[in-house]
Design a protein around this ligand. Structure first.
Ligand code: LMR
Length: 400
């Protein structure tokens, strides 16, 4: 009965790893998926995560019962505090409905389905370009997806004018997806002054901001700095959605741990919203997994562990920044044609190199370097040892 089923293409990001795994070359390099690697090219489990896991294992009172539909209560409270700030009036006024969800993707999807059921405007504007999964998550979640201009290939920076024009002409009430920091795939963020202008425009047009916060602490190394955009929008007393992921900043990729917070106009609304979020979640995956959220809660509620986490997080962010400088210098020393200063100007996990899909295919074929076809490279997958190989490949691609 399934003879008619055609083979689906691999995922544009995760499929890069599938291709990489099949390549027997000893020099192969995976710069596709955004996953942190050490200088030795190995995945990293943070020490603080190991410690938290040990604490959990030693606690014999812990059981494997189902969590509530909305997840672990401590985790939810601490996650809202982490992104909105401990002194956020929205938290103090109990106006935030937070549910534990399956990392960033799951949080976005729950948010989308809630909006499709309970919000009067079904259109979401997403940046052009954006993370490849966004249009699928929101589309399948029941929203109609449109784009706003974001990136200017000529400057390899923000198309701020285009962004303001597109959001300015969006119908009032539309949802707007914003990357809280470290925009994926471009690594280009608005300045604080530009954020303020975006905020004023969004509020004046009664648009609804939906933040995707997948890199808090990973862009600048500071949890507070990377939450500035979100906090600006919450400080004005208006409503907003925030999807948080602990995949990158705690290295909990496969634990699938994240949260969706909906900042509402009153405590009463927030509690009704939470009751409806439960109706979204229950038929989707019933209730979320316990382990990852327990790790996060253990770290966030212990002052010493929290402090240790910020140090490890900063070390990851700093290593990525150092990779940017090393790659930039390596291209400069090779005399690679073009202006590569965007490598050090862009922030977060990715560099949007400007290499086209033919150049990417060339680099994969000739140099066994794997990256997404839009020219995005994960700086977190690079090390001092592999920078020369990548620089050689980019040089060859740029001069062929
Ligand atoms: C990425 O963009 O590489 C990450 O967010 C991983 C993913 O799930 O796509």
């Amino acid at each position: 009965v399934f003879d008619h089923v055609v083979r689906a293409p691999e995922d544009p990001i995760l499929g890069v790893t599938v291709a990489y795994n099949k390549d027997p070359s000893p020099v192969k390099l995976n710069l596709g998926v955004g996953a942190y690697r050490t200088e030795e090219g190995k995945p990293l489990v943070l020490n603080v995560v190991r410690k938290a896991e040990q604490t959990l294992v030693n606690d014999s009172s812990r059981v494997k019962e189902y969590l509530p539909i909305v997840g672990l209560a401590d985790f939810n409270k601490l996650s809202a505090k982490l992104i909105l700030g401990a002194d956020s009036p929205a938290i103090q006024e109990n106006r935030v409905a937070t549910v534990q969800s399956l990392s960033g993707t799951g949080s976005l999807r729950v948010g989308a389905e809630f909006l499709a059921r309970h919000y009067h405007e079904r259109t979401i504007y997403i940046p052009q370009p954006t993370w490849g999964n966004h249009p699928k998550v929101f589309g399948l979640g029941g929203l109609s997806v449109k784009t706003y201009r974001y990136y200017d290939p000529a400057t390899r920076g923000l198309n701020f004018q285009g962004l303001l024009e597109d959001l300015g002409s969006a119908p009032s009430g539309s949802v707007v997806l914003l990357h809280a920091c470290a925009h994926n795939p471009t690594g280009v963020d608005p300045t604080p002054e530009q954020w303020e202008q975006i905020r004023q425009l969004i509020r004046s047009k009664a648009l609804l901001p939906f933040f995707d916060s997948a890199y808090q602490g990973f862009a600048s190394g500071s949890l507070d700095t990377d939450a500035l955009s979100v906090r600006m929008f919450v400080a004005d007393g208006g409503e907003c959605f925030v999807a948080q992921s602990y995949a990158k900043n705690m290295g909990l990729y496969g634990e699938r741990v994240g949260a969706l917070s909906i900042v509402c106009s009153s405590a009463d609304v927030a509690s009704r919203v939470e009751s409806q979020l439960k109706l979204v979640i229950r038929p989707m995956y019933s209730n979320p997994p316990i382990h990852g959220a327990s790790i996060v809660a253990t770290i966030l509620k212990d002052r010493t562990l929290f402090q240790e986490w910020t140090i490890e997080l900063k070390a990851m962010a700093d290593r990525i920044i150092s990779m940017r400088h090393q790659l930039f210098e390596a291209l400069r020393s090779r005399g690679t044609p073009g202006d590569w200063s965007h490598i050090i100007k862009q922030i977060g996990m990715f560099t949007f190199t400007g290499l086209n899909s033919e150049q990417v295919a060339f680099m994969t074929k000739e140099y066994h370097i794997y990256m997404t076809s839009d020219g995005r490279i994960s700086m977190a997958g690079l090390s001092s040892k592999t920078v020369p190989h990548l620089a050689d490949a980019i040089h060859a691609a740029a001069t062929q």
